[in-house]
Write a protein that binds this ligand. Sequence first.
Ligand SMILES: [Zn+2]
Length: 111
Amino acid sequence: MSRLISQDEAILIERVLAIGANGPILPSSIASIPTLQVTDTCKCGCATVWFGPNGAATTGHNLAEVIALINNETVNVIVWSQGETIVGLEIVGYGQTGLPDFLSVKPYCDA
Ligand SMILES: [Zn+2]
């Protein structure tokens, strides 16, 4: 079962790419964000979503990474890519659910 990316997920990805990019981000990658289809979610209850045909088994390239806050707990947020395609939005934080506050997003290197 797949669904279109939510507006909140799209805004978060745009912010992660803007603040924490590990390299050049192609305009076509940015343009694709609102059209991404969520193909899988994380089973642990966190807000991680996958967009590729392989779902949660996706492997790829760490396109951008930031830290952010959920309920004042620090989480890492990683946008994964395969080639020019964005394939995942991973929220790494033990036991945290939901998406982080967009205003709390900071560069990873400032952690
Ligand atoms: Zn999870």
